[in-house]
Design a binder for this molecule. Structure first.
Ligand SMILES: NC(=O)c1ccc[n+]([C@@H]2O[C@H](COP(=O)([O-])OP(=O)(O)OC[C@H]3O[C@@H](n4cnc5c(N)ncnc54)[C@H](O)[C@@H]3O)[C@@H](O)[C@H]2O)c1
Length: 343
């Protein structure tokens, strides 16, 4: 392929995250949105308005995947990821699959094994934090040895309070806070640790004070997780779905020679506003808001990985490992005791 080659792209799913990827594909040079698949009529209407007139829209996945294109971006519910990855690879496509790789550890590792069988096709699992400048700079400094030997990594996701019935229904089918939300923290901790770490045990606890209904389906809105690794490192996680000020994702890496804190204060821009009420910064409203640029870079890097063999931050093994860790944390949360990570 030459520098002028365009990659033809199909996007499966045009909902919350699919719509973000569709917009990014449309505005990214070198990519052409040729097909979209969604079963939701309002999304078909939305895609028809923003996509090029040449983009074909399908309701049936098999009809969609039989079309000729180079890269499939999977933004369908997690329970479909394995089927959609497998069908894309069988029809010769590269794959970008949204997180989590699968709904449980067994399925995630099956997807990993399937991907290994198609060595000439690229398979990525999307985690935007790996493409955010702040985490990339932190990872580069860790790799360079700036803070010595890594001892522990902490990461948190604090999400806005959302009292709607839609949100409760979403949580009910989400797989639980560690699989749905803290998977971002687990993945970024694996990324920041840098090596191929082997998780050993997981312990989780939490409460459902703001959303007591979450307890009925074994979930919490305030979650704490601890994971130990064969190397002696420790991963500490915090997840919260009750924030009144918006979204805040941050991480801290502790090394023998120092520490690095990424996104320590909840702000969207490096902007300090001072007025008679005091000083304040602008917080991010949502995960999509905070990682807007990272979502774009993720897709550009996918393009460059395929077209120019660029070195990228995607790591499919970490994506499967993250599901193993998240599933163990949910298991521990339900049992109230530490569990082995099945890995
Ligand atoms: N990276 C992130 O920050 C992020 C954010 C949100 C969601 N996600 C992940 O993206 C995936 C989708 O989540 P969402 O919140 O966008 O979901 P959503 O419910 O908003 O959208 C789901 C989409 O899948 C389509 N779909 C459903 N069944 C289908 C089928 N059988 N064949 C083809 N299309 C089908 C629907 O038409 C819809 O377009 C999940 O795996 C989720 O974990 C990632």
């Amino acid at each position: 392929m030459t520098a002028t080659t365009e990659l033809k792209v199909g996007v499966a799913g045009a909902g919350r995250v699919g719509s973000v990827h569709i917009e990014n594909v449309i505005e990214t040079s070198g990519l052409e949105l040729v097909a979209v698949c969604t079963v939701v009529q309002s999304e078909i209407d939305m895609v028809s308005k923003i996509a090029p007139s040449t983009t074909k829209i399908f309701k049936d996945f098999d009809e969609f995947i039989s079309r000729a294109f180079d890269l499939l971006i999977i933004c369908t519910p997690t329970k479909f990821h394995k089927e959609h990855v497998e069908k894309a690879l069988k029809t010769g496509k590269h794959v970008f699959c949204e997180k989590p790789l699968g709904p449980d550890a067994k399925t995630a590792w099956e997807i990993y094994d399937i991907a290994l069988q198609y060595s000439t096709q690229k398979v990525a699992c999307g985690f935007p934090r790996r493409f955010a400048d702040v985490f990339q700079e932190a990872a580069a400094r860790v790799k360079r040895g700036d803070i010595g030997k890594i001892m522990s990594v902490r990461s948190q996701s604090v999400d806005p309070y959302e009292p709607s019935e839609f949100f409760t229904n979403y949580i009910k089918n989400s797989g639980g806070i560690f699989v749905d939300m803290n998977i971002h923290d687990i993945d970024v901790c694996l990324y920041l640790m840098g090596g191929d770490e082997t998780p050993v045990t997981a312990y989780a606890t939490g409460t459902a004070n703001m959303f007591p209904q979450f307890a009925e389906f074994g979930d919490v809105d305030d979650a704490f997780g601890l994971v130990t690794f064969e190397s002696g490192k420790v991963m500490a996680l915090y997840g919260n779905r009750d924030s009144m000020q918006g979204h805040h994702a941050s991480a801290e890496i502790a090394g023998t020679k120092g520490r690095i804190t990424a996104n320590g204060s909840p702000r969207l821009l490096d902007l300090l506003i001072t007025d008679p009420s005091g000083s304040k910064t602008l917080g991010a409203k949502s995960h999509m808001d905070l990682f807007r640029e990272a979502f774009k870079k993720e897709i550009r890097d996918m393009r460059d990985w395929i077209l120019y063999k660029k070195e990228v931050a995607f790591n499919l093994k970490d994506a499967a490992k993250a599901v193993s860790i998240a599933s163990a944390l949910m298991d521990s949360l339900h049992k109230g005791e530490a569990v082995k990570v099945l890995y």
